[in-house]
Design a protein around this ligand. Structure first.
Ligand code: FE2
Length: 297
């Protein structure tokens, strides 16, 4: 009875879906819908409302969603943002298949980051659908950059408010310590790489940004961030390390256990995520689509 009472309270404001938060800071499961069957405008509006309220939402049991269905759902949120470095899936230039075979040691996304933060207009949304999952392990963690910002003192908030930081799409801040081409040369690249061509892969963004839809302020640094704009890397390192450690505090984080057909939809503007690499010997295969975002302010 008590659990139902809590669920009913959390679910206020929704008539088409059930919204069940999975942690205090962020993250909610959305139940009661079959995305492959199609959703009407009112249901979509409720999904958007839950997504803005919880920053990352999860749909289980969507294994019948085809790549075309997944793309059609993603396009309801905006135009598709193609990955600048990762090769797309055959036949689907807007989908990346993240395949980790049993013999591969490195995973993709195995550090805290926000997708495509190194581009001038980073992807606002990422939609990740689990096609094959290990029997256990391979969870993804998410952290609320709203909560991270709100917990800072007024003093450091004031100090950070005028700063910008540089994010680089080919940095060495990943678990291998190598650039993308070095990983390819060493035969340990997790995904086939493509040349980004003339696309901008190093960008400066405000350290404190305002979410364009919720109007809330948040901390905007991540795993691709190399230095504070105008500072050296050595000068930047202690401050960035503090901010990244702070943002990963357990009370700002949720952790999602994948099941086949589960799909996550996260807001890169106000979250970071971390793909846990703890399933060596097992295979994991995911389909990822990103949605274009705006210039951060
Ligand atoms: Fe990612």
């Amino acid at each position: 009875m008590a659990r139902n009472a809590v669920q009913n309270t959390e679910n206020q404001g929704y008539s088409r879906i059930q919204v069940l938060p999975i942690a205090g800071a962020l993250g909610a499961e959305i139940r009661g819908i079959d995305l492959a069957a199609g959703i009407d405008a009112e249901t979509f509006a409720e999904i958007r409302q839950a997504w803005m309220a919880h920053s990352v939402v999860f749909f289980r049991g969507q294994k019948h969603l085809t790549p075309d269905d997944q793309l059609a759902f993603a396009r309801r949120f905006g135009d598709i943002h193609r990955h600048l470095f990762n090769k797309a899936m055959d036949g689907y230039p807007e989908i990346t298949e993240l395949l980790k075979r049993p013999d591969q040691k490195l995973n993709s996304g195995g550090r805290w980051h926000s997708d495509q933060m190194y581009t001038p207009q980073p992807a606002k949304a990422t939609m990740l659908l689990a096609r094959e999952v290990p029997s256990h392990g391979g969870d993804t963690m998410f952290s609320s950059m709203y909560k991270a910002y709100e917990a800072l003192s007024d003093g450091i908030k004031a100090m950070l408010s005028g700063l910008r930081a540089i994010s680089n799409g080919d940095n060495r801040n990943n678990p291998s310590g190598m650039t993308r081409q070095e990983r390819v040369a060493a035969g340990i690249a997790q995904i086939a790489q493509i040349d980004p061509g003339a696309a901008q892969t190093i960008s400066s963004h405000p350290v404190i940004r305002t979410h364009p839809e919720t109007g809330r302020k948040l901390l905007y640094v991540g795993g691709h961030t190399e230095r504070i704009d105008g500072w050296t890397e050595a000068e930047s390192k202690p401050l960035l390390q503090f901010l990244l450690d702070h943002a990963a505090r357990p009370e700002f984080v949720c952790r999602f256990r994948w099941t086949e057909g589960a799909m996550a939809l996260w807001d890169n503007r106000c979250t970071q995520h971390f793909a846990i690499n703890d399933y060596f010997g097992q295979q994991r295969r995911m389909h990822k689509i990103m949605v274009k975002g705006d210039t951060p302010f």
